[in-house]
Design a protein around this ligand. Structure first.
Ligand SMILES: O=C(O)CCC(=O)C(=O)O
Ligand SMILES: [Fe+2]
Length: 306
């Protein structure tokens, strides 16, 4: 293959990569170049990959981290024979509405409702509606770095409670599967600020699947989260991807959040194949007793009036 080229698509994040043959193992220097571009631009777009087979997508993704076997996902959402591929589809599956037809509809960082959020993902567009079905990504490193030092100091040691129950549209999914998912994923506390293991830069870990902030009252927590989320999704920090068939997007989940927009005719098929990279480390703390958050809030409130 020829020279790899990287063309930025936005100032904050997003870049298009050309000159990569995703079907073959990468030469060491090409892998390095792609990884460097990934760290710099957070979201890479590899266009024209419609001929990529599931095996080739899996093999390519595996060069950038440990693949998730998706044990946390309902089996019906996985590619038959390839559990490394999660199928996001609004087509019916086994005669039933698909469990992934409305995935990703609020701002999130993948698997933040587990102790070990994902490292990243590679999403291949197999079918798309004629218009819409876009995905937006926000750069949470830039968002952190552009907060004023006083707000940075305020959030430095705070932990947010992430909760799978807050996945938008979860109530429309199969109740038995949702109950199991909730059981498997009790609320988990993560620092609001985390350090990227490769760049060493600090990034926010925020989004719309957060129930509150430990040690703050509900009102304080909601106000602070609103402030951080509104700041992070300012257009300056967001890249909006308009999909073409065969695009592969590879995002760094350690410093971004994203949202899949429902801005399309739902009668038109939208089918995406996703390989997920496992997080490198545990950053969360499971709150086995969900009332811990309430108790700490209560203690704080009592202290405030005492
Ligand atoms: O369907 C999309 O565009 C993205 C869905 C999503 O949130 C994900 O794959 O993690
Ligand atoms: Fe996602």
């Amino acid at each position: 293959m020829g020279q790899i080229t990287v063309k930025p698509l936005g100032y904050a994040l997003g870049a298009e990569v050309q000159g990569v043959d995703m079907r073959a193992p990468l030469a060491a220097e090409d892998r390095k170049a792609i990884n460097a571009a990934w760290l710099k631009h957070c979201v890479l777009v590899f266009p024209g990959q419609e001929a990529l087979t599931p095996e080739q997508q899996i093999a390519f993704a595996g060069q950038f981290g440990e693949l998730d076997q998706h044990a946390s996902q309902p089996p019906a959402t996985l590619h038959p024979g390839h559990p490394e591929i999660l199928v996001l589809t609004n087509r019916q599956v086994q005669g039933k509405p698909s469990g992934t037809r409305n995935s990703g509809r609020n701002w999130h960082t993948d698997l933040s409702y587990t102790e070990r959020p994902a490292k990243g993902a590679l999403l291949l567009c197999r079918e798309k509606p004629p218009v819409g079905g876009d995905t937006m990504f926000a750069n949470l490193t830039l968002a952190y770095e552009t907060l004023t030092p006083r707000i940075q100091a305020l959030i430095e040691d705070l932990e947010a409670v992430h909760d799978a129950s807050l996945i938008k549209g979860i109530e429309q999914r199969d109740p038995a599967i949702v109950a199991e998912m909730r059981n498997r994923n009790p609320p988990v506390a993560h620092p609001l600020v985390r350090v990227h293991p490769e760049t060493g830069r600090k990034a926010l870990l925020i989004g719309q699947r957060i129930r509150g902030i430990l040690g703050l009252s509900d009102e304080e927590g909601a106000a602070l989260l609103n402030l951080l989320n509104a700041h992070a999704i300012a257009p300056e920090f967001v890249y909006r991807h308009r999909w073409s068939l065969g695009d592969v997007l590879m995002w760094d989940n350690r410093c971004t959040m994203h949202v899949a927009l429902a801005d399309f005719d739902q009668s038109q098929p939208r089918v995406m194949h996703r390989c997920s990279l496992q997080g490198e480390r545990v950053t969360g703390r499971i709150l086995r007793n969900p009332s811990i958050a309430d108790r700490e809030t209560l203690i704080q409130a009592v202290a405030a009036v005492a």
